[in-house]
Design a protein around this ligand. Structure first.
Ligand SMILES: Nc1ncnc2c1ncn2[C@@H]1O[C@H](COP(=O)(O)OP(=O)(O)O)[C@@H](O)[C@H]1O
Ligand SMILES: [Mg+2]
Length: 243
């Protein structure tokens, strides 16, 4: 594949002063306290931080799944920066379907569907791709993920690493501009975890996607372009260790 040769000087997604609280009264707690983060095309960003520091909340807000109390999420929608949380529900749904891929903590695969079907339905239902094209694209993606032999297997017949790769294939198959991965390697050994990170890095470096990945694993650092740390709802950019 030809490496992506675009410019990465303009953010493709901007989170601005994001605040999100949960609970009422004395139980009220801020999960994010004025968090700002820019994502650029062609970059993979690592987000680390202790459990409960707000990482999943930030991913959910940036991807249009969870509304912030205050702040903005400005996303590049075909060359125009648009506020995701000012869109109406239908527009936001369209934005999410067209531009975002999400790899959830756990795999969230449909138990009754084969690996190939998990990818096909994203294209057929979400994108209106014809059955033949959906099958071809699903098979191409499964090939790339080293899952060609597993395409007729259901989740129960797949190992943890294979299920995670199917979940990644499902997020990548529609070529999203923004990829959000919430602890995609937590259930994997390092060999499989490394493969997963390489795939995410390729989505950024080869296709120009903006990738935001949450992980606790410091071994991922050499694979990423930018590194943020979130602690108790406060975000800080950190320097990458020099190799
Ligand atoms: N739906 C929710 N209802 C109430 N509190 C929540 C909810 N989601 C997250 N929180 C709280 O917000 C904080 C941040 O959560 P989260 O974003 O899941 O952290 P992380 O992903 O870093 O572990 C935690 O204190 C968590 O308990
Ligand atoms: Mg989390």
């Amino acid at each position: 594949m030809t490496p992506w040769a675009g410019s990465s000087s303009t953010p493709s997604l901007k989170g601005v002063n994001l605040v999100r609280t949960f609970g009422d009264g004395t139980a009220r707690r801020a999960a994010l306290q004025k968090v700002s983060m820019d994502l650029f095309p062609g970059q993979i960003v690592l987000l680390m931080g202790p459990s409960g520091s707000g990482k999943s909340t930030l991913l959910a807000i940036l991807s249009g799944l969870l509304e912030p109390d205050t702040g903005q999420v400005l996303a590049d929608d075909d060359g125009v920066l648009r506020d995701v949380w000012q869109m109406n529900g239908k527009e936001r749904e369209h934005y999410r379907r067209k531009h975002t891929g999400f790899i959830f903590q756990g795999y969230n695969l449909f138990p009754a569907l084969t690996a190939r079907q998990q990818l096909e339905i994203v294209l057929k239902w979400g994108e209106g791709v014809s059955s033949g094209d959906a099958r071809r694209r699903a098979d191409d993606m499964l090939d790339k993920l080293g899952l060609a032999k597993n395409k007729h297997k259901k989740p129960a017949q797949l190992s943890g690493g294979e299920k995670q790769r199917v979940a990644i294939g499902r997020a990548l198959v529609k070529n999203p501009s923004f990829m959000f991965a919430d602890e995609p390697t937590s259930a994997l050994d390092w060999e499989n975890g490394q493969k997963v990170i390489e795939l995410l890095r390729d989505a950024a470096h080869q296709r120009g996607a903006s990738v935001l990945c949450v992980s606790h694993d410091h071994r991922i650092l050499p694979f990423v372009d930018v590194y943020y740390h979130l602690d108790d709802g406060h975000l800080e950019r950190r320097a990458l260790p020099v190799e």
